[in-house]
Design a protein around this ligand. Structure first.
Ligand code: 13P
Length: 339
């Protein structure tokens, strides 16, 4: 494989000690929803101003190894006139790119989704690499409900993830393979563990079949957690133990890192979960973060679309980076939130 050495180096750099990934790859629709909540108009310019605030946060590279960009963003310049990918690279942050184009209904399977974007992907990956991207993300969505997920949904998504991962490695981009089991529903922790275990088994079976080099990829899973509307919410320690058990049973030890999504957990809970898992270590792989909402939410709320709030918003983002960085070594404490 042409990029074998580089892929391994990049994958390791993304999970370097004390660092994790910022997912800032919200589609136009998703960022529109987040902005609507705080009454900020959603335009290419407001997206640009907001992402500029995040990416120019002083010293954020202490805690952030890579940033996942959206297609719109990788084509934009910072407010200072530097292309965003270049601005990040100059800070020592690896630019990444979301390459799926979202989900649609899985045919003949009501309530289930399949991720789209394989057609033309080889050409798009080549362009993204020329624009500076060195890793890529593809998100598959698995929903838990009565009679679902079906094996049709799990295997179709595992196949698409693996086709994408193979194309990404061919193009010299580290695939971040994201099978997200949604938190929506009233299922309990055990049920989530059963489903997530089956999904990850299927994903790694297919990745192997497609020839993906496991040393040159990262897994971005959801945690094994109680459904949002389950009457009994599992404790932080129970979630940490169930998640680590799920991963030990399914993820080969040669995978360099596992970078969790936050999936709707509050910022502080997402940090506490990661911390509890790392306290249980050492593990075969690095356990780190690739959070979207859990890294951004406090900063987004403070920013509120106003230039004068930039420094305060950046301070909030820096703080979340610092807390999650501490969670990489199990040294996060709730007291850090008040300092
Ligand atoms: P959340 O951490 O907000 O779930 O976002 C991560 C992500 O990249 C989802 O695709």
């Amino acid at each position: 494989m042409d990029y074998e050495h580089e892929l391994i180096e990049t994958a390791r750099a993304l999970v370097a000690p004390g660092k994790g990934i910022l997912a800032a790859d919200e589609s136009v629709g998703t960022i529109g929803k987040r902005f609507a909540k705080i009454g900020v108009p959603s335009t290419a310019e407001t997206h640009r101003t907001y992402r500029d605030m995040l990416f120019t946060t002083p010293d954020i590279e202490e805690f952030i190894s890579g940033v996942i960009l959206y297609d719109e963003t990788i084509r934009q310049e910072s407010l200072g006139g530097t292309p965003f990918a270049q601005l990040l690279a100059e800070k020592g942050i690896i630019p990444g790119i979301k390459v799926d184009i979202g989900t649609s209904e899985l045919a003949l399977h009501p309530g289930e989704k399949i991720t789209q974007g394989l057609d033309g992907l080889r050409e798009r990956l080549e362009e993204y690499r020329s624009m500076g991207a060195r890793f890529a993300k593809w998100r598959a969505v698995i929903t838990i409900g009565p009679g679902i997920p079906t094996s049709a949904c799990v295997s179709a998504n595992a196949h698409a993830l693996s086709r994408y991962a193979a194309l990404a490695q061919e193009a010299g981009l580290v695939p971040v393979v994201e099978p997200e089991v949604l938190m929506d529903g009233d299922h309990d922790l055990d049920h989530c563990e059963t489903v997530t275990t089956g999904v990850l088994r299927s994903v790694f079976r297919e990745l192997t079949r497609q020839g993906v080099m496991l040393e040159g990829m990262l897994l971005k899973p959801s945690m094994t957690i109680s459904g949002k509307s389950c009457a009994h919410q599992a404790s932080v320690q129970d979630v940490a133990e169930a998640t680590v058990r799920t991963l030990l049973r399914t993820v080969p030890a040669v995978v360099p890192g596992i970078v969790f999504l936050s999936g709707g957990q509050s910022s502080e809970v997402a940090t506490a979960h990661l911390n509890a898992m790392n306290k249980m270590g050492p593990h075969p792989w690095e356990l780190s973060y690739s959070y979207g909402r859990a890294l951004q939410e406090p900063a987004l709320t403070i920013w509120h679309g106003e230039q004068e709030n930039t420094s305060a918003a950046q301070a909030a983002f820096y703080h979340r980076g610092k807390c999650n960085s501490a969670a990489r070594t199990g040294s996060y404490t709730p007291e850090m939130e008040r300092s």
